[in-house]
Design a protein around this ligand. Structure first.
Ligand SMILES: C[S@@+](CC[C@H](N)C(=O)[O-])C[C@H]1O[C@@H](n2cnc3c(N)ncnc32)[C@H](O)[C@@H]1O
Length: 223
């Protein structure tokens, strides 16, 4: 098990629900900060949740994706609760948005949710769902494999870190400790985790091995 882990925090079933006030009494939130999600929801609720969470704290909310699927749902399907003040960004790759657009927003990121370029779990490569996703990525000219997923998340992290607020949280899906990996981590952020830890974040999650979801905090303690 890696160091820098606070085992006192039990992970919620949906990682961003850790933002509920009961867990987070201390996070400073004002309009100089923003919330960024890279990988918009496909109906599971993350974008709607973060839209409402950011709006409740007077922060801008940006969600970044390579498809306009989420934007279309929010615009056209009342079940999604409306676009509200969501800033949708449809891009060729999330890392390019982090590098080229994010610095010009003039905001510090209080909450960053990284859950995008899909991960292929061992043994599921041949399943129809994965094959469909691989074909979807290929139609965009992208090879969907785990090396490319990690590199995309690593670059996003590299470009986001200089824009993170001193007090901030990075929520990560599909990432877990792995003794066999040279970084000690595997999954989407397997190669991003060393950057995050070197920037002063600690991992707060008791059940991260089971859930494969991480919450990384800097300057703020979760309850
Ligand atoms: C697992 S889903 C996101 C789920 C959502 N965050 C949630 O918690 O419900 C992954 C999303 O990442 C998007 N995606 C894939 N490659 C990407 C990239 N390079 N940059 C940004 N988004 C990407 C996909 O289009 C898809 O919508």
């Amino acid at each position: 098990m890696p160091r820098d882990v606070d085992h006192s925090i039990a992970m919620c079933s949906l990682p961003y629900r850790i933002l509920e006030d009961a867990h987070l009494p201390e996070l400073q939130s004002d309009s100089s900060n923003c919330v960024v999600e890279i990988g918009s929801e496909r109906g599971e609720g993350s974008t709607a949740y973060l839209r409402d969470w950011a709006a409740g704290r007077g922060m801008d909310f940006h969600t970044v994706d390579v498809t306009d699927t989420a934007q279309t749902h929010f615009a056209n399907d009342p079940a999604f609760g409306g676009v509200g003040r969501i800033n949708f960004h449809i891009v060729d790759a999330g890392h390019a948005w982090c590098r080229d657009t994010l610095p010009g927003l003039g905001r510090r990121i209080a909450v960053l949710y990284l859950d995008n370029f899909d991960w292929i779990w061992a043994g599921s490569e041949d399943k129809p769902g994965d094959q469909e996703q691989i074909a979807d990525y290929a139609r965009r000219g992208v090879v969907m494999n785990n090396e490319n997923s990690q590199e995309e998340h690593r670059l996003q992290t590299l470009y986001c870190l200089p824009c993170m607020a001193a007090q901030s949280i990075i929520i990560i899906d599909d990432t877990f400790p792995d003794r066999r990996s040279p970084t000690g981590w595997s999954g989407k952020c397997g190669t991003a985790m060393p950057l995050i830890l070197a920037a002063g974040y600690t991992v707060a999650a008791r059940e991260m091995v089971r859930t494969r979801r991480l919450v990384c905090c800097r300057g703020v303690k979760l309850k």
